[in-house]
Write a protein that binds this ligand. Structure first.
Ligand code: RAM
Length: 522
């Protein structure tokens, strides 16, 4: 499923007041300097095998034509690279021609980007060809990179000299304030490790906005924002950054008022011409959760109508039989999984969002809206049970398909009594006919387990799934991960996957809010 939406003559609805407020809330970016902690050469340019070398050798290590050097910066980071280059041998009589490849994880170093033929632009692959006309040279690369490793391949020198990489450093950048957090010491080493990687994932996505991934798309997506905001509340507590992002979504929307799935923030703020039914509803959810943290009346007043507009648009997509129409289902993201039948999921997301919309109405003392929403919620719940619940199998079936996604969203929407919801969750993974594709849905899987009080299963899933990424070498959590299919990519090639991805950052939230304390109601 390629997610490409191009609307001709798309003119987003701009709200200058909201955008001004968003601009005032722009965060300060924090910087640091990091140097490599090690380095190695790959046996061949794209081989996975390496020859270990120690860092101290670097200032003397000379690279001839075709040779490579991989610098290891020790962990995942986001920032700007400076290289100091020199040479050995005779006077450089030709430019040094280098290829630089930045890799978020070890596997990427041996991937050849020429093999990529997917539907996302290859321009996301973090690699550059650089000429150094004169040596010694100090090269400051203008782009921001997300990486742990930097592979330098000597494309060409001349017989007269070899290149020496004397020094490399990264000026890191993030708006996360690490002084707000302390490392978790829960007595469970595995949870502590997962918690730490979760915070690093969030921190490296915290830039001028909450980005979905600092490698790709470097953009504010609504579904990701909701999960980042939750994790931020238990960690860096940058409440203004959440507010800024909500105002950006409110400030540039579809011409009919719908919240876009994503917002571009540079050079100017502009809603993406992509609409996702479930993501627009997450605006309502994220706004209410922000208010739970802050009680910020200004934000409630400024964004309440926009939130209700999303709900009202969604409610207009209900058919006479009480289920969502084809367009709404088609517009729902839910997960990267082509075969997934999204009818039950979309209905579940809407019912779930209505819970938050009702709370917003209560905050505003908007009683008539509140009772309208309650009636709608009841009607949608009844329709969901009628259409999707299979009493014999004790699980939800969406147009003939059993999926974990349908169980998850129906359970999170509370459409059925707790004992039956538990039955559905017990079967969610073993009965599913389609796999869960991404950590986005794995998050909601864990939340659904917790909702039916399957805490042991929730903890073990968290450890197996996110812990599995750590065992596979993650420093930060990935956009996609399937232990049975490590090369999985929704884009047609894992070389464009993001290995520090917003929607994967939630373990710290789950641990802090649900596992360390007695579970509170969501
Ligand atoms: C991808 C991004 C983002 C996600 C959208 C739907 O392009 O990775 O995280 O929200 O898809």
């Amino acid at each position: 499923m390629a997610l490409i939406s191009i609307i001709k003559d798309f003119h987003p609805l701009g709200n200058a007041k909201l955008l001004d407020r968003a601009a005032q809330l722009r965060p300060a970016l924090r910087h640091g300097v990091r140097e490599p902690i090690g380095g190695f050469k790959l046996k061949e340019r794209y081989s996975a095998e390496e020859d270990e070398i120690v860092l101290r050798q670097l200032p003397h290590l000379s690279l001839g034509k075709g040779e490579n050097l991989c610098l290891d910066f020790g962990t995942h980071m986001v920032g700007y690279i400076t290289l100091e280059l020199s040479y050995s041998g005779s006077h450089p009589d030709a430019p040094a021609y280098l290829k630089l490849k930045f890799a978020e994880n070890r596997m990427e170093l041996s991937e050849n980007s020429q093999d990529y033929n997917g539907w996302l632009s290859r321009s996301w692959i973090q690699e550059e060809y650089v000429h150094a006309d004169l040596l010694p040279a100090r090269i400051v690369l203008p782009r921001r990179y997300a990486f742990r490793y930097l592979k330098i391949t000597m494309m060409d020198t001349s017989p007269k000299y070899k290149l020496i990489v004397k020094h490399a450093e990264c000026m890191t950048e993030s708006s996360a304030d690490w002084s707000c957090v302390t490392a978790l010491d829960s007595g469970d080493h595995e949870l502590d490790r997962i918690h730490a990687a979760s915070l690093r994932t969030l921190a490296n996505c915290m830039q001028d906005v909450f980005e979905d991934g600092p490698k790709r798309d470097r953009r504010l997506w609504m579904g990701d924002l909701r999960l980042q905001a939750l994790t931020n509340y238990v960690s860096f507590k940058n409440l203004d950054l959440v507010k800024r992002c909500l105002y950006l979504f409110g400030g540039s929307r579809f011409p009919d008022g719908r919240v876009s799935a994503a917002v571009f923030t540079a050079p100017d703020v502009q809603a993406d011409d992509t609409f996702l039914f479930d993501y627009a509803l997450m605006f309502v959810v994220a706004l209410e959760e922000y208010l739970q943290e802050t009680d910020d009346q200004e934000t409630l007043d400024d964004l309440y109508d926009i939130a209700m507009q999303q709900v009202e648009y969604a409610l207009r997509q209900i058919q006479d039989d009480g289920t969502l129409n084809e367009q709404a289902v088609k517009d729902s993201f839910i997960d990267w999984c082509d075969e997934l039948d999204r009818s039950a999921c979309a209905q579940g997301v809407l019912i779930f969002a209505l819970r938050y919309a009702r709370r917003l109405a209560r905050r505003r003392n908007d009683w008539s809206q509140g009772s309208f929403l309650m009636q709608q919620q009841d009607a949608l719940r009844r329709a969901a049970v009628r259409h999707f619940w299979d009493e014999t199998r004790q699980l939800f079936v969406s147009n003939g398909q059993v999926s974990a996604a349908s169980q998850i969203w129906m359970v999170l929407a509370d459409v059925i009594e707790p004992e039956k919801a538990k039955k559905a969750m017990e079967q969610a993974l073993c009965a599913t006919e389609v796999p869960i594709g991404t950590p986005y849905l794995h998050h909601y899987y864990v939340m659904a387990l917790l909702r039916v009080r399957m805490r042991t299963e929730a903890v073990s899933h968290l450890k197996n799934y996110w812990g599995g990424m750590l065992d596979a070498g993650a420093d930060t959590f990935w956009e996609c991960w399937d232990g049975k299919d490590p090369g999985f990519s929704p884009y047609g090639g894992s070389v464009v996957n993001s290995y520090c991805h917003a929607w994967s950052c939630t373990p710290a939230y789950i641990i802090e809010r649900y596992l360390l304390k007695e579970a509170s109601d969501e």
